[in-house]
Design a protein around this ligand. Sequence first.
Ligand code: GLN
Length: 251
Amino acid sequence: MTTIRLAHLYPEYLNIYADRGNIAVLTRRAELRGHSLAIEAVSVGDALRPGEHDLVYIGGGQDREQTLVAPDLAAKSDALHEIAAGGAALLAVCGGYQLLGRGYRGRDGSEMLGVGLFPHETVAGERRLIGDVLLDCELEPGLRRTVAGFENHAGRTKLDAGAEPLGRVIAGFGNDGESGFEGCRVGRALGTYLHGPLLPRNPWLADLLLSFAIAHASGSEPMPLEPLPDRLEAVAHDVAAARARSRGGRF
Ligand code: GLN
């Protein structure tokens, strides 16, 4: 029985597309295994202290909200680097994913300095990249799994050469609509454009994050969690995957 300490960054600013649903999934799946989540909202002006969290979550937002939080997030940059280097898990979605890179230039030209945790840069394009997405991921050696989700972003994110994406795009746009990459991974930190929300349709990803967080909390190596039936989750995944495939397989 582990208490997983989760920091939810800027919940009142970055919360579009039901990002809170991701936290509900993490909470429930932890509880079903006898663990619990202690959720702390960390917002503008609040201290983020390394060593106090096992999992960090930052959601999506529109350019306006991103502009409001970006200076505060940049001020938390050292703490976030220390938290990630210490082996805590992190999930960043869409607007949060953009700001955890080196920076984001929004649609109106405003430059937002990022945290530099993910090796990428983002610039908003004219056309929004919207629709269902299907990814091919290999986050554990030899274990290939799909992620189904929904994207809606103006930002084009360019990964540095050699950076590890979260997955390869089977259908949809992904980071920039041309590289075939989606998201980014640095150790136990995962970033993605996919929301909708993401974790209800991809429970294996929720469990991977929980296993990273439990390992951090207990000072052990990540262990697979006891499987759950996940019948409804599989249907939700398959419906979204079929919708994404019907877009015509961009890559
Ligand atoms: N404002 C950002 C963009 O349009 C992020 C959008 C989002 O979080 N959905 O690219």
